[in-house]
Write a protein that binds this ligand. Structure first.
Ligand code: ADP
Length: 227
């Protein structure tokens, strides 16, 4: 599982409550997180405060080991903080798995979160069609993940994260496993999705990737710097 998680860019989503412009979707105050390793404790996040507004496209930029994934996991409610306050759009989180199921085709992978919410198959497919079209996957809905390029697989993962109309799209190193052109495609797609009103938070170690976001914050040794 860990190996798969390392290979695949992480995308998860919080459930959208309602569309209110200019509201804070993420409010973090003085978040601390340590990992205990035997008798040692590693202080990974140090009084991290961060606010993200609806409609923002934020990059969290930092070198390997700076605490990006730890922060992202707390934002996505896949991990818990030791202390601090975290408010996410005032709603419960729905966690969306982001690796593709190899035996499912594109359509089955994309509709799965809707089916898991109890939506019927026909309605789930109907609901997903706009997203599938928007991501240019209409011609690929019957294909299995191993019949797709890395960039196409990435778009399926993004489509699956989007079908449930998330409040925030969280992307962990979205271009990390991709060749240069596929990486550019994904960044262009994120720009388009953001222009359409989607709130995006991505983490990256690459300044050239971070520059595509509307706002960049840096994380160095577990501390956040805005500039
Ligand atoms: P980044 O995503 O910026 O590379 P991480 O958040 O993955 O950074 O890791 C920050 C630090 O915390 C690193 O030193 C890493 O080794 C350590 N770390 C991450 N996860 C764990 C864990 N589950 N147990 C112990 N240490 C961890």
């Amino acid at each position: 599982m860990d190996a798969v998680m390392d290979m695949e860019p992480a995308i998860c989503a919080a459930t959208k409550a309602e569309s209110i412009e200019n509201t804070d979707v993420i409010t973090m105050r003085n978040i601390n997180k340590s990992y205990r390793m035997g008798t040692q404790s590693l202080h990974v996040l140090k009084d991290v405060s961060l606010t993200v507004k609806q409609g923002e496209y934020l990059a969290i930029l930092g070198p390997s080991g700076s605490g990006k994934s730890t922060l992202m996991n707390i934002i996505g409610c896949m991990d818990v903080m030791d202390s601090g306050n975290y408010l996410l759009d005032g709603v419960a989180i729905e966690q969306v798995t982001y690796f593709l199921i190899p035996t499912y085709n594109v359509l089955q992978n994309i509709v799965m979160p809707l089916l898991m919410r109890g939506m019927g198959l026909a309605e789930a497919q109907e609901t997903s069609m706009d997203t599938i079209d928007m991501l240019g996957l209409s011609q690929r809905i019957g294909h299995k993940p191993n019949e797709l390029s890395g960039g196409q697989q990435q778009r399926v993962a993004i489509a699956r994260a989007l079908v449930g109309k998330p409040a925030i799209l969280l992307a962990d190193e979205p271009t990390g496993a991709l060749d240069v052109n596929s990486g550019k495609e994904v960044l262009k797609l994120f720009e388009n999705l953001n222009q359409m009103g989607n709130t995006i938070v991505m983490i990256t170690h690459d300044l050239n990737v971070a520059k595509h976001a509307g706002r960049v914050v840096r994380i160095v040794d577990g501390e956040i710097y805005e500039n």
